[in-house]
Write a protein that binds this ligand. Structure first.
Ligand code: CA
Length: 614
């Protein structure tokens, strides 16, 4: 199905600033629409998750005049990772600790604030406190706002008042699982997964609930459990044949902590499944095996949650190479034929193009420095591993490391340029097998569990680099690349104004020309950025919005992470909104605290940090 623009383009642009959906009418058709008026209705804007906006009042010719329009300080927040939604002139977003806020999208005036009291609920789970800052946003459906909280609740709120409509617990509070991700909504169902493949013996699943009542509709596990308990499906029975040993004792992993994409064309849900629990395959599945459905795109029937197809990016995963990075839908011409495809750039460093109909691999090329595999064999769809990829007795050092060539920071796809804008990063990691008793190893709940020896090496700032990479999807190679001074930069957004926006870990917000990568505008945000920007329009004015507050990882054991100098309580966390007519005075801030002692206890610091990589 294609969403054709039925009106002449000029008329559509005029109408886009006046015709805004009734919030109660925001349904699947409204979220699927390429033209959403001035709204941004879903995490990736539309079901395509392209983060591409047809708005072009702000464009490559005038973006140099972009000014701050309004801002909102959030003194209680630490990391701000959310993609705000805008429906009918109201902006909905999550701050730290899963707090939901609704503000007037023209002024920032607070309409309501909902605090799910996560800290109170988790007072006994002290080991999980470090990660409370992170939440990537809400979902909107027929007048309700849905938030998934760190402690595993899925909550429906009345969009007008922020009043709780229902709340369900999606996992047992004793289990070492947590949620940082945004729910997605389709067909009166709201779906959510969770993280935790490092924090204990966790077996991943997603659950779909009825949007009106919170009643569970279906739950699908991503890896097989103990065969003696019986398998939930034929797909999991067959998947069990790709595991060895007593994998269920370790949970297996495969958590769905980020990527969930609904495809209205096939009425399917695509899950980006997580890494193994633990990472070390010699512990998890001694003797090898593909370990399905770890590190895969897993396609499910949206009505029933039943298996349809899968494509595994990293068989026999051993490096935390989860496929939890965003899954983008596009229609493009591939080898002379129009195709409905998935675009996916997971941690392992390959850019995949997959046919949505049957999961067939169409393309897989390295988008950065990759030393664990030579290439992907297009006949088998499998990576060809290098000799240094695994060392069953010693230390293996490979690119990318466990933070990935691309992490959760969303990429965006511009159908006009045919380019995907990837927050790229480059850093190696070592996987140390020495001294590990693979038979006796067991996970400890709420601690960092990799199955490898503890990571002790500091990563110098110069050993971890970042870039904004424009990847030409059809030619399967970079179109342009802008090197950035730091690692762990923010997600991207692109628009019909031939623009790409990205915030950086160094505290800048840049606008680039989408076709050439030329820097057209920059703003000193005053704090590092992790969240992706959005764009929207109200009353004829187009805005760019960004949540500024670095986080989503605190890999503080490395100089690479600490050298930016962003500290909690120093630089204000803010929502910043820009327009061509803005007159707000940029707020004061505090310079980065680069002279701070980086780390006193490296082991403790790493424990805190790695668990947040997902
Ligand atoms: Ca992970």
């Amino acid at each position: 199905m294609k969403y054709r623009v039925l009106l002449p383009a000029c008329l559509a642009v005029l109408l886009s600033h006046t015709v805004i959906a009734d919030p109660a009418a925001v349904d699947g058709k409204a979220i699927a629409a390429a033209d959403q008026g001035g709204d941004w209705r879903s995490y990736g804007r539309s079901y395509s998750e392209q983060r591409y906006s047809p708005l072009k009042q702000i464009n490559a010719n005038n973006v140099g005049a972009l000014k701050l329009d309004w801002y909102l300080d959030m003194p209680d927040s630490r990391a701000l990772n959310a993609t705000p939604l805008v429906v009918d002139g109201v902006m909905y977003f999550t701050a730290s600790q899963s707090v939901v806020m609704a503000v007037d999208a023209r002024t920032g005036a607070l309409l309501w604030r909902y605090d799910p009291q996560v800290i109170k609920r988790l007072s006994n789970r002290k080991n999980m406190r470090f990660n409370w800052g992170s939440n990537r946003g809400v979902a909107f459906w027929k007048g309700s706002v849905f938030v998934a909280t760190f402690d595993g609740r899925l909550i429906a709120l009345d969009a007008k008042k922020g009043k709780e409509q229902w709340s369900v617990q999606t996992f047992d509070l004793d289990e070492p699982r947590y949620i940082t991700g945004a729910p997605r909504v389709f067909n009166d169902k709201v779906i959510i997964g969770h993280g935790g493949a490092e924090s204990g013996a966790v077996r991943g699943y997603v659950t779909a609930y009825d949007t009106a009542t919170g009643k569970q509709q279906w739950r699908t596990y991503t890896v097989p459990g103990n065969p003696r308990d019986g398998f939930e499906s034929q797909a999991l029975r067959e998947a069990a044949g790709t595991w060895r040993g007593d994998w269920w004792e370790h949970g297996g992993g495969g958590t769905v902590w980020n990527a969930i994409t609904y495809d209205p064309l096939y009425n399917r849900v695509y899950l980006g499944t997580g890494n193994g629990a633990p990472w070390n395959q010699q512990v998890r599945s001694p003797g090898g095996g593909d370990n399905l459905f770890l590190c895969s795109i897993l396609a499910l029937d949206a009505d029933t949650g039943e298996y349809v197809w899968h494509y595994q990016t990293t068989p026999g995963e051993n490096w935390d190479y989860n496929s939890a990075m965003d899954i983008v839908l596009a229609e493009l011409e591939w080898e002379g034929k129009p195709r409905n495809v998935i675009l996916h750039a997971p941690k392992n460093g390959f850019f995949y193009v997959v046919d949505r109909e049957d999961g067939r691999l169409l393309g897989a090329e390295k988008f950065g420095k990759v030393t664990w595999a030579e290439r992907v064999d297009m006949k088998t769809g499998r990576p060809v591993e290098t000799a240094e990829a695994r060392d069953p007795d010693g230390v293996s050092v490979v690119f990318p490391g466990f933070l990935g060539a691309h992490n959760w920071h969303p990429m965006s796809y511009n159908p006009q340029t045919g380019l995907t804008y990837i927050p790229y990063q480059e850093m190696a990691a070592e996987y140390d097998q020495r001294g590990i008793d693979t038979e006796r190893w067991r996970a400890k709940d709420f601690q960092m569990n990799t199955g490898f020896a503890p990571y002790r090496r500091d990563v110098a700032a110069e050993d971890a680099t970042g870039a904004l990479l424009a990847w030409d999807v059809r030619r399967q190679k970079p179109a342009w690349k802008v090197d950035l001074p730091g690692f762990w930069n923010g997600g991207t957004m692109t628009s019909a104004g031939n623009l790409v926006f990205q915030g950086t870990s160094g505290g800048a917000l840049h606008a680039y020309s989408a076709d050439t990568g030329r820097v057209l505008w920059s703003f000193d945000v005053g704090v590092g950025v992790s969240a992706p920007p959005i764009t929207y329009a109200v009353d004829g004015r187009q805005y760019i919005a960004l949540l500024a507050g670095w986080g989503g990882v605190s890999y503080v054991g490395s100089t690479a992470m600490a050298h930016h100098g962003w500290t909690y309580g120093s630089q204000p966390r803010r929502l910043l909104v820009f327009s061509l007519e803005g007159t707000a005075k940029p707020p004061p801030t505090v310079p980065p605290q680069t002279e701070l002692a980086i780390v006193d206890n490296p082991d403790q610091a790493i424990d805190v940090g790695q668990a947040q990589v997902g």
